[in-house]
Design a protein around this ligand. Sequence first.
Ligand SMILES: NC(=O)C1=CN([C@@H]2O[C@H](COP(=O)(O)OP(=O)(O)OC[C@H]3O[C@@H](n4cnc5c(N)ncnc54)[C@H](O)[C@@H]3O)[C@@H](O)[C@H]2O)C=CC1
Ligand SMILES: O=C(O)[C@@H]1CCC=N1
Length: 273
Amino acid sequence: MEHRNLAFIGAGNMSRSLISGLIKAGYPPSSIMAANPSKGKLSQLAKEFGIGVSQDNSEVANWAQVVVLAVKPQMMAEMLNALGQTAQLLSGKLLISIAAGLSVTRLTELTGQTRIIRTMPNTPSLLGLGMTGLYASSAINQDDRDYAEQMMQAVGKTLWLNDEDGINKITAAAGSAPAYFFLFMEAMAAHATALGFSAEEARLLVEQTALGAANMVSANPDVSLSELRAQVTSKGGTTAQAIAHFQAQALDTLVADAMNAALLRARELETQL
Ligand SMILES: NC(=O)C1=CN([C@@H]2O[C@H](COP(=O)(O)OP(=O)(O)OC[C@H]3O[C@@H](n4cnc5c(N)ncnc54)[C@H](O)[C@@H]3O)[C@@H](O)[C@H]2O)C=CC1
Ligand SMILES: O=C(O)[C@@H]1CCC=N1
């Protein structure tokens, strides 16, 4: 992919995931910078990946051709207002937001810029296994779309969204979703421990089974999820009892309600930030 000067403003969990994935995919460390108020995370990034770092957002914005807006949604206005005071810093640069709940319109208000692509990645990007949604208005040219897509494909898979609310939907379905699986795994590990396995054994059982199940899905693109489930579920056997319990407790409704709660929160943030 094209190696434009790429700056991350906000060097937290998600930036770290993206930077790590990009470096693994061969993006030159000398073409990446990150800015953060505190030194600790920056020193770690510089040490681990050899990228440039600064505690001064304007320094990295000034250097960059592409600026990734990667602070918490609630911090974005303050951060961009402060940058805006050092006038023209963002002018003419491609801005890629990874923040939940900040619309392109709001980002344009805050930056005075229109060259903006909104994305929603997730943390498995750290391992090159991310899932990222992208949205750009029709004003964004193909070169910029290709760059953003290739940047996110360096750390996983991508899906373009036709309308901006698609970003909120993908937040519910993929951005937040690693945490749903972790929660499920936590519950399984807790009960495996209650059944008498040690914490290490419980983690091994859950980890290896989740990995195996995810790989079964990935290795069998033509087999439906329900068929893969059926292959485990012997008639009159043990799995059927567990599945019947999940279904009696309306697991599908519970999951739908949880995803809707995430979606509504993403939409609510758009009205508040
Ligand atoms: N964690 C996740 O799974 C995902 C997060 N996101 C989005 O990514 C963004 C960042 O989230 P995380 O990395 O999880 O948060 P985080 O809290 O780990 O990282 C945010 C970083 O921004 C820094 N920061 C705060 N104020 C700043 C300022 N004025 N200038 C520069 N840096 C500043 C903080 O010190 C912190 O290191 C959020 O907008 C979130 O919506 C998107 C997809 C997934
Ligand atoms: O929880 C959040 O708001 C962010 C967006 C998706 C994952 N983490």
